[in-house]
Design a protein around this ligand. Structure first.
Ligand SMILES: [Zn+2]
Length: 443
């Protein structure tokens, strides 16, 4: 090669590399046109009483970022404090009397106890309302989404989290049904459990015996819960990146289930102090703060895992998306352990919101589980239905946008019946009731 053509070659390579760098930079700067308008992430059982002590210690950087750059506050919840009921209220903006999911299970007309399923829900959820209006929706692992219903987008029903451990050959767990084939990579087996613990820095709680009644059943299922969470995490990111939608919603459960049994690891003298004070009436605020702080250390690995998941979403989101993180309830100290049902005081959940038109570092007051759907509708510039029990969380939005687009109302989004319902499966019903019983959720 002559000296001249060598120089020319070097010049061409330089130009090509510059172009690659330039377009990559441009790609990062420009908002991704197909990133969702709203990303809704459910973290079952997360509470400020455990998050705040961890933030003080410098943990949970992504929750900190959400708080600093968005609105945050307590999300008031309702009795019965049961996840199936509350997540359906969050999805419909309605009380259980209206949406019809009033517990985990019911006795059917053949006198058999069966779990509540999608077809028992009497009110439209956000995926119905937005989908019917032409917006693309993606829903993953939301409670009471089995059997998956046809939506304008995709739905990965709650049954899917058992992928690899339950037989799905005769029943569809995703909509469209063919989606399942694309999710084959998320199939996990028992052998994956130790690897996940190591990768995520999670302790093996199964090594310690219980002090708390009912706890042993949950501990025995810890490996299953870890596999479920990982399955959902993998599928959540895969779908988020591969199939753009306008409204994306996913749900994580690990914080809730571990909170139910990990109280066995709280310092025994603190637990004893709490129990003693309970016997004399009420645990003092100081003791409660001490116990919460100690429990937050126990729960730190699980909260940090959830925080990492949130962080990955924050990284992938464009500035055009509004992210809403909610929990259905928190946990309160009660009778020597931690729980959320049958407490003297309702253990309210959390809400965090970040996005365009959302105030920064703003403490939201008076937010309620019924308000999530009206607020999502507002972000989509859609009217709120008067038959919903919630309101738009207007105070978290910048004044300018509220002036430009005041909240609008219609009577109702109900009326037309929901699109045709998928088939149910007796065997999965039986397995679900078995699991709920094993977990102590039902008697
Ligand atoms: Zn729970």
């Amino acid at each position: 090669m002559s000296k001249r053509s060598l120089l020319l070659l070097i010049f061409i390579i330089f130009v090509c590399l510059s172009l690659v760098v330039y377009f990559n930079l441009r790609k990062e700067e420009a908002p991704t046109p197909d990133s969702p308008r709203v990303v809704l992430i459910g973290v079952d059982g997360a509470g400020w009483n455990l998050i705040n002590p961890l933030l003080e210690e410098g943990f949970l950087p992504n929750i900190k970022q959400l708080k600093d750059k968005g609105g945050y506050g307590t999300l008031e919840t309702e009795r019965p404090v049961k996840s199936s009921v509350i997540w359906t209220s969050i999805a419909t903006g309605k009380s259980m009397v209206k949406h019809g999911i009033v517990d985990w299970t019911y006795i059917n007309k053949n006198n058999i106890e069966v779990p509540f399923r999608q077809s028992e829900r009497r009110a439209k959820a956000f995926w119905n309302i937005l989908g019917d209006l032409g917006w693309k929706v993606g829903v993953i692992n939301w409670f009471i989404t089995f059997p998956p219903e046809p939506v304008n987008g995709y739905m990965v029903s709650e049954e899917f989290r058992h992928f690899g451990r339950r037989d799905f050959s005769k029943v569809s767990v995703t909509y469209p049904k063919a989606l399942l084939r694309r999710l084959e990579f998320a199939r996990l087996g028992k052998e994956d459990f130790p690897k996940i613990l190591e990768e995520e820095g999670l302790p093996n709680y199964q090594k310690r015996s219980s002090i708390y009644e009912g706890e042993s059943k949950l501990v025995a299922n810890y490996n299953n819960f870890i596999l479920q969470e990982k399955t959902i995490e993998q599928v959540s990111f895969y779908l988020f990146q591969r199939f753009p939608v306008d409204l994306y919603a996913t749900y994580f459960r690990l914080v809730d289930v571990v909170s139910h049994f990990a109280c066995a690891y709280i310092a025994p003298e603190l637990l004893a102090k709490g129990v003693e004070e309970e016997k004399n009436g009420k645990v003092t605020a100081e003791t409660l703060a001490e116990i919460d702080k100690d429990f937050s250390c126990v729960m730190e690995p699980v909260y940090s895992y959830s925080d990492r998941i949130l962080g990955e979403f924050l990284e992938r989101l464009s500035s055009q998306s509004t992210v809403i993180v909610v929990s259905d309830h928190s946990f309160g100290f009660n009778r020597g352990g931690y729980g959320h049902t049958n407490l003297p005081e309702i253990p309210h959940g959390i809400i965090m919101m970040k996005g365009p038109n959302i105030k920064k570092g703003y403490h939201i007051q008076g937010a309620h589980i019924f308000d999530i759907l009206p607020t999502i509708l507002y972000i989509f510039d859609l009217p709120v239905a008067k038959d919903m029990d919630g309101k738009v969380l207007t105070e978290v939005f910048e004044k300018k946008i509220l002036k430009e687009r005041p909240v609008r109302y219609i009577e109702s989004y109900e009326g037309e019946t929901r699109i045709e319902r998928g088939q149910k499966d007796r065997e999965l019903d039986r397995k679900t009731v078995e699991e709920l019983r094993a977990l102590g959720y039902i008697k």
